[in-house]
Design a protein around this ligand. Structure first.
Ligand SMILES: [Zn+2]
Ligand SMILES: [Zn+2]
Length: 307
């Protein structure tokens, strides 16, 4: 094997180390819907016991969950979200926003979101924290920050068989979890958002094995995130709409995996000229939405859950 390839340091990459995996996303989703115990995670996600055990262990090791003893005799544990977990909230809401706009509706659990503070049915989405304009990739320019550098793309150690995920529909994120839960696809999207459009440029930027890259590009075109035009890969509207999710992943990575020198990438919001820091708002009342402010109402069931 030749010397390791290097890719640009990126907080999105670091975040994907944790959430760029579909079983992990399903477990996080399940927690948001109220699941706390091992057997309940298994039941709700339909994942194999060994997969649930492995991914919960990884989420604990990553500091997103704590395993807490809740009964001495018999000894029983449950999982509790940490601050790091709750900081994933903007990612979850941005994924949900995308899913409600673009995800297939066939056979999916229908739900509406209610902003508890104003009492209205709402679709929270990401805006610039300063000027409150909805985040759009075309309004953002970027430059290298103090933490920019290179890191080895250690694909060979991480390469693993795709974990079979059962066909059960996930309650909230379905189609979007297929994308974000596959780190290769998300890294390709990151490249295209930085105006790298040719196969060669994307290949160099991601340092992916060519067979994996070719397969993912084909899949991203087939699922409508990209379209191929004159040997270049372009974002479709559906693909461009994942930008707030990438931004939320980047902000989470910047917060929890920052380089001591500072962030690798600095974003400027062109409409207001300020450094872009996103916020999630309720478009009905214009207020910021934070943890615990949203209630789900499942329209085909009577259940509700707080998110
Ligand atoms: Zn702005
Ligand atoms: Zn509201």
């Amino acid at each position: 094997m030749a010397s390791p390839k290097y890719i640009k340091t990126c907080s999105i990459w670091r975040s994907l180390e944790i959430v760029g995996d579909k079983p992990s996303l399903l477990l996080l989703e399940s927690y948001w819907l109220g699941t706390r115990r091992f057997s309940a995670f298994q039941k709700q996600t339909g994942l194999l016991k060994t997969v649930v055990s492995d991914r919960l262990g990884k989420l604990v090791a990553a500091g997103c969950f704590e395993k807490v003893l809740y009964s001495e005799r018999p000894k029983r544990f449950e999982y509790r979200g940490t601050q790091k977990f709750y900081d994933l909230y903007p990612i979850a809401l941005s994924m949900l926003h995308w899913e409600q706009k673009w995800g297939a509706t066939d056979g999916k659990i229908q739900l509406s979101l209610v902003h508890k503070n104003c009492g209205q049915t709402t679709q929270p989405h990401a805006v610039c924290g300063d000027c409150k304009i909805e985040v759009d990739a075309r309004d953002v320019s970027w430059s290298e920050g103090p933490g920019v550098g290179l890191m080895p793309a250690e694909y060979s150690r991480r390469r693993r068989k795709e974990t079979p995920v059962n066909a059960k529909k996930t309650p909230l994120f379905d189609e979007i979890a297929d994308l974000i839960g596959d780190r290769w696809s998300t890294l390709i999207m990151r490249s295209v958002f930085t105006n790298l459009n040719s196969y060669q440029d994307i290949c160099e930027d991601t340092a992916m094995a060519t067979n994996v890259l070719a397969e993912r590009l084909t899949r991203l075109c087939a699922t409508g995130f990209l379209q191929k035009k004159d040997a270049t890969y372009r974002l479709t509207e559906k693909g461009r709409d994942i930008y707030p999710i990438l931004l939320a992943l980047m902000e989470w990575g910047d917060k929890w995996y920052a380089d001591p020198e500072g962030p690798p990438l600095i974003l400027t919001h062109k409409p207001c000229g300020n450094a872009l820091k996103s916020a999630i708002i309720c478009p009905q009342c214009g207020e910021n939405v934070t943890k615990g402010d949203i209630r789900f109402e499942f329209t085909q069931q009577t259940e509700t859950a707080d998110l």
